[in-house]
Design a protein around this ligand. Structure first.
Ligand code: B12
Length: 267
């Protein structure tokens, strides 16, 4: 898409809006959400060791997967793509769609960072929860958001809560535009949906000590959550998920049967 020529004359927030619309146009129907932010907001929340190596006015978007992603992006991806055995199938699906977004914005340099990518020093390339918070996508509840802290010496990890999906979402990636500077981008505060001290303690306890039962995800009343099928998929150890996928594929073959030639030969 040739946005650049049209955007040159626009004031920066408008450029951001145009890009946001273009990206949302591709990703929303697949069950993803995107939220714009300035790298400076993210870096201001973190010590230098975690800073993103871009100037502070650089435009970035955080990409979330919502419960709908499983049916709208992942299952169709399984039907139509050749899976590489060594990589996680959901990761492959997400990188497939974000690469298509990058290709569609060929006039721009678009850097993509995934939540699972690590730097040589073994730190994550970006802190997904901080990005979700500063972009206004999902409030990041941390130990310091609780006043009377009952945990003593224990290490307590923080957790983001989305106002519509509670904990039923994942923070997948950043899209960064090194050449697009947005000094005037307006900041959106995340919705503080877990407001009381008791609820925040309950949230952090559930996330830290009972995360396997998923109850932290329901800390607020949600609009949509993972289907039973999606829960089973994510609860299955990664090494066994491929077997589960073969099952899905078998079912699909008996039903809709939309395989590529390569898929058919491999199945
Ligand atoms: C390493 C990692 C783990 C490790 C360590 C966890 C940790 N938080 O350190 C382990 C293996 C234990 C783990 C476990 C889980 N994880 Co994990 N994990 C990650 C990963 C890859 C990096 C996190 C990290 O290293 N953080 C480093 C620490 C230092 O960061 P921090 O605690 O946020 O500290 C910074 C902030 O406090 C900031 N800061 C200071 N003041 C302020 C103020 C404000 C306002 C802000 C915004 C920031 C800020 O400064 C600090 C740094 O100096 C992220 C994905 C990613 N790329 O971010 C997923 C992630 C955090 N994990 C996630 C999940 C869901 C889980 C699990 C439930 C398992 C699962 N995948 O289903 C469990 C639950 C935790 C548990 N009870 O064990 C989700 C959380 C989603 C959410 N809703 O918040 C993430 C975001 C993955 C994703 N793609 O969605 N995880």
């Amino acid at each position: 898409m040739d946005l650049r020529r049209r955007c040159d004359a626009m004031e920066p927030p408008r450029v951001a809006r145009q890009l946001e619309e273009a990206i949302r146009g591709r990703l929303e129907k697949l069950g993803f959400e995107i939220y714009p932010f300035k790298v400076g907001w993210y870096n201001a929340a973190l010590p230098p060791a975690f800073h993103l190596p871009y100037s502070e006015n650089t435009l970035a978007f955080v990409v979330l997967s919502t419960p709908a992603m499983f049916d709208k992006a992942f299952k169709p991806f399984l039907k139509n793509q050749l899976l590489k055995k060594i990589n996680d199938p959901v990761d492959q699906c997400i990188s497939h769609h974000l690469s298509l977004v990058r290709d569609s914005l060929a006039d721009y340099q678009v850097d993509i960072m995934y939540d699972y990518e690590m730097l040589p020093n073994r730190k994550p390339k970006f802190l997904a929860q901080t990005a979700a918070h500063v972009s206004g996508a999902a409030y990041y509840y941390q130990r310091k958001d609780v006043q009377l802290d009952p945990w003593g010496e224990k290490k307590i990890y923080g957790v983001c809560v989305h106002p519509r999906y509670g904990g039923w979402f994942a923070i997948r990636a950043l899209l960064l535009f090194p050449d697009v500077k947005v000094p005037l981008l307006l900041e959106n505060a995340p919705v503080d949906c877990v407001t009381t001290e008791e609820e925040r303690i309950e949230l952090l306890e559930k996330f830290n000590f009972h995360w396997r039962d998923g109850s932290y995800r329901d800390i607020i009343k949600v609009k949509e959550k993972y289907s039973e099928e999606q829960k089973t998929y994510f609860a299955t150890p990664p090494a066994e998920r491929l077997k589960l996928l073969n099952l899905y594929r078998g079912l699909q073959r008996n039903g809709v049967a939309v395989f590529t030639v390569e898929e058919g030969q491999r199945a």
